[in-house]
Design a binder for this molecule. Structure first.
Ligand code: UD1
Ligand code: UDP
Length: 388
């Protein structure tokens, strides 16, 4: 009898990080039957990823509404998913990360007494409000989960410190690196994006969307970008794929919509975005995933947050935290653009997040748990990456 493995996700980053795990599961047709459920917490940005990797969900809860609240997401996921779990009776349910979809799916599985595997477990800032609500979502998921797939040694240590049994934790690396390596090696012509890039200018790639940055912090970020664009008017080009959250869109369009060397574009498909990261000189972001991917491509990253749950690249020297302080964002970016030695220091670093084999490890551990493999895989060991 095949074991039913239910994958539940709803947003762009969960999809990117779950795709490699789904693909690894599909390579075990004798043992595993994947059931893919999307909540549709994101609509367009989720569908972009599903299309690129030809993933066809069996169920779609279609929960997204404009300016949805956290309780909307949790209520709709809990109600919709409970019926699906009752019908399908999965042997295990997998969730990824710390979104409200992931938390609500974990809760729904727990209420139905279904075992839960948590992909990307153990990340912590130890500040309940940063990032909000993700820090609490992932702590709640740790309480709910039976298997904890921790991406790094730091995340293993965080779980052990919370008295999670080491037997239930597996150090896997982050599956985002599996997705990144798979995508970065595809041939892609950036001209296809329709963004007119000037090869004589340095490309500054920016993303931002975090809830705790909405309002005045986002306005500060925009002021810093404006100053950067003006000071380096002849030598840089800022490209900013604007997140679909209206509270992000409206501010960015209003403050940065009419600046010659700032290009505001729609959220990009993963493939062009990865190739844009490869082409970038520096990256400014408040994203979780981009903080993991950019160091793997040897790109300096300024993280526009007060705290990060991904301290490894900060320690390695590729990532600097600059908060949402316009002066600090400007001065750090300005230094990278004008001081070659400072730039070189940040673009030569260790990649601590993965080796492209996280998904295989996760599926092997699950097979072992189901009694379908004789041994657990070797755990992930961080190694140096080659500068690109
Ligand atoms: C969510 C996650 C966050 C993750 C981020 C990735 C929660 C609480 N937050 O935040 O952890 O970092 O996704 O991007 O789970 N919208 C669209 N189309 C889309 C996506 C969003 O129109 O494809 C708009 C909708 O109006 C929606 C709003 O954006 O209501 C906010 O989306 P939501 O998923 O609630 O929050 P994010 O900030 O995207
Ligand atoms: N990304 C993308 N297109 C874009 C911007 C980002 O495909 O226009 C990818 C990026 O490479 C990363 C993921 O989306 O893998 C990060 O998503 P996001 O920043 O929305 O969420 P977070 O990682 O902060 O939860």
């Amino acid at each position: 009898m095949k074991k039913k493995l239910m994958f539940v996700f709803g947003t762009r980053p969960e999809a990117i990080k779950m795709v490699p795990v789904i693909m690894a599961c599909q390579k075990q047709p004798d043992h595993l039957n994947p059931i893919i459920v999307v909540t549709g917490q994101h609509r367009q940005m989720l569908d972009q990823v599903l299309r690129l990797f030809a993933i066809k969900p069996k169920y779609d809860l279609e929960i997204m509404s404009d300016n949805q609240t956290l309780s909307d997401i949790v209520n709709r996921t809990l109600t919709g998913l409970t019926k699906i779990i009752e019908r399908e009776k999965p042997d295990m349910l997998l969730v990824q990360g710390d979104t409200s979809t992931a938390f609500a799916a974990g809760l729904a599985a727990f209420y139905q007494k279904v075992h839960i595997g948590h992909v990307e477990a153990g990340l912590r800032t130890f500040d309940k409000w940063q990032p909000y609500p993700e820090e609490i979502n992932r702590k709640l998921l740790t309480a709910l989960a039976d298997l904890h797939f921790a991406p790094t040694q730091t995340s293993v240590d965080n779980l052990v410190a919370e008295k999670v049994s080491r037997e239930t934790i597996f150090l896997t690396g982050n599956s985002v690196i599996d997705a990144l390596l798979m995508t970065a090696e595809m041939d892609y012509d950036l001209a296809k994006t329709g963004i007119q890039l000037d090869p004589t200018r340095k490309l500054v790639l920016v993303t931002c969307h975090r809830r705790e940055n909405l309002g005045p912090p986002l306005e500060n970020i925009c002021h810093a970008l404006l100053q950067l664009a003006q000071v380096h008017v002849a030598s840089i080009e800022i490209v900013l794929p604007v997140h679909r959250n209206p509270q992000v869109r409206d501010v960015i369009k209003k403050l940065l919509g009419k600046v010659a060397n700032i290009k505001l574009v729609e959220p990009l498909d993963y493939e062009p975005f990865v190739h844009l990261m490869k082409a970038a000189y520096i990256i400014l972001t408040d994203s979780g995933g981009v903080q993991e991917e950019a160091p793997a491509l040897g790109k300096p990253v300024l993280v526009m947050r007060e705290k990060t749950e991904r301290p490894e690249a900060v320690t390695a020297g590729t990532v600097k935290l600059v908060g949402a302080d316009d002066k600090l964002i400007f001065s750090e970016a300005n230094e990278l653009l004008t001081d070659r030695a400072a730039y070189d220091r940040m673009s030569q670093a260790v990649n601590p997040y993965g080796d492209g084999l996280a998904a295989e490890r996760i599926i092997r551990v699950i097979l072992y748990r189901f009694g379908r493999a004789n041994s657990k895989p070797a755990e992930f060991v961080a190694r140096k990456t080659v500068k690109q």
